[in-house]
Write a protein of this length. Sequence first.
Length: 153
Amino acid sequence: MKLFFVIFTIGITATTGYSQDLLNKVKTEAKKEESTVQAPANTAVQNNVASASSKMTVPGNKGGLKDAIMAKVAPALKLTDAQKATVSNTIEGYLTKKAGMQAQGATKTQTDAAHTDLLSKIKSEVSKEQYAKFLKLKPKTGDNTNPLSTLFN
């Protein structure tokens, strides 16, 4: 009887220890998954977009940021109605692409290529004089209050 009691006690103790170890492993794995699922801290690019203006929407949304950019670009370049439509579409496409690239964690090379593509498209849609004025609209680096900073930074 004593032998049975000793074996029974050892069995219960081993099972309890194993269960506690298993529970700790599950808790550790759950914490790892939580930290993986959580959104990363704001990057400099995300901060630029987020702080461009508290009243603007995120890039890629129709209106909002694109409209704020066009409100500065169209009168400065004296765009025709046809140019407004093409430049607006180009900017919207760029903002959508930029937002997607940020979400995927694009490299600087990839974002630079998208920016070069934007400038190339705008250059083909406006006159030389208008393009020169467009380049002069570039805000100072770090000016997150100007919506144009999302096109140049």
